[in-house]
Design a protein around this ligand. Structure first.
Ligand SMILES: [Fe+2]
Ligand SMILES: [Fe+2]
Length: 260
């Protein structure tokens, strides 16, 4: 079982990369199951129902969001209807949507994707450490392969999170910072790990946004509109291979697929 976990899609260039790369990879047997973060897929701000459906149509199996989950107001009302779309599990318990989803895969069994948000330099949320303890204790079937995304700003928080759940889940991957890290590896107790998957979008940019307006904001400190950049578009993420019988991770490998 080869699972591709894809870094944050930014705007229409990111959606174009996903649409170009994923059907070919699936058809060629390079990946069997695809998880993608789409928190910046709608012009850089959130995701819409129609974009989620478009991504599922071209091969996403599960879509994750993040701190931008409510940027598109329609998502507040519609997320409950999107069974394969998850938001951070450690938001306030009154929030709509769900923080994990389980998918039955023919010939392999159950795969559960859990999403958590970090707390360092992020919006307030419940403790992601206690939240995953609670989920793993009694809400996820023992038979399931578990993939966990930790959406966080601080590398140290993501590293600590990976080690905290090492051996209890199949994979922990970081998102949110949009810059792929080179620490993809199997942790000591066997969990596949990377601090950040990277970004699916324009790399001639500041983490997907137009460089000139970001630079201007840095220098002047004035409110600035950040448009999505256009050029040097890639899909980034990792492919994790799992043993079909033991369901343990065998390897994790960074992926960068340029389309321009
Ligand atoms: Fe993001
Ligand atoms: Fe984010």
């Amino acid at each position: 079982m080869k699972i591709l976990m894809v870094g944050d899609i930014v705007g229409s260039p990111g959606r174009r990369a996903f649409t170009r790369v994923i059907p070919e990879m699936k058809a060629a047997g390079k990946v069997d199951f695809v998880v993608v973060n789409a928190e910046n897929s709608a012009g850089g701000r959130g995701c819409t129902t129609s974009i989620a459906e478009e991504l599922l149509d071209v091969g996403a199996d599960v879509i994750t969001l993040g701190d931008h989950v409510w940027d598109q107001r329609e998502m507040v009302k519609e997320i409950d209807m999107l069974e394969r779309v998850i938001r951070p599990a450690n938001l306030a318990q009154t929030c709509p949507g769900r923080g994990h989803v389980s998918v039955e895969v023919d010939g392999f069994g159950l795969i559960t994707v859990i999403m958590m948000m970090g707390r360092a330099f992020m919006k307030p949320c419940e403790c992601p450490f206690r939240a995953i303890d609670s989920l793993l204790k009694d809400q996820i079937p023992d038979s399931s392969l578990i993939l966990c995304e930790i959406h966080a700003e601080a590398t140290a928080e993501k590293v600590i999170y990976g080690r905290y759940v090492d051996g209890r889940v199949g994979a922990v991957v970081g998102t949110h910072t949009h810059v792929q890290t080179s620490d993809d590896r199997l942790l000591p107790l066997g969990t596949a790990y990377i601090t950040d998957l990277g970004m699916t979008g324009p790399k001639d940019s500041a983490i997907g946004r137009d460089l000139a307006s970001c630079t201007d904001m840095m220098i002047t400190g004035m409110p600035t509109r950040f448009e999505v950049a256009k050029n040097d578009v890639s899909l980034e993420g990792v492919i994790i291979e799992f043993d079909d019988k033991t369901r343990k991770p065998l390897s994790i490998q960074r992926v960068r697929e340029p389309i321009d």
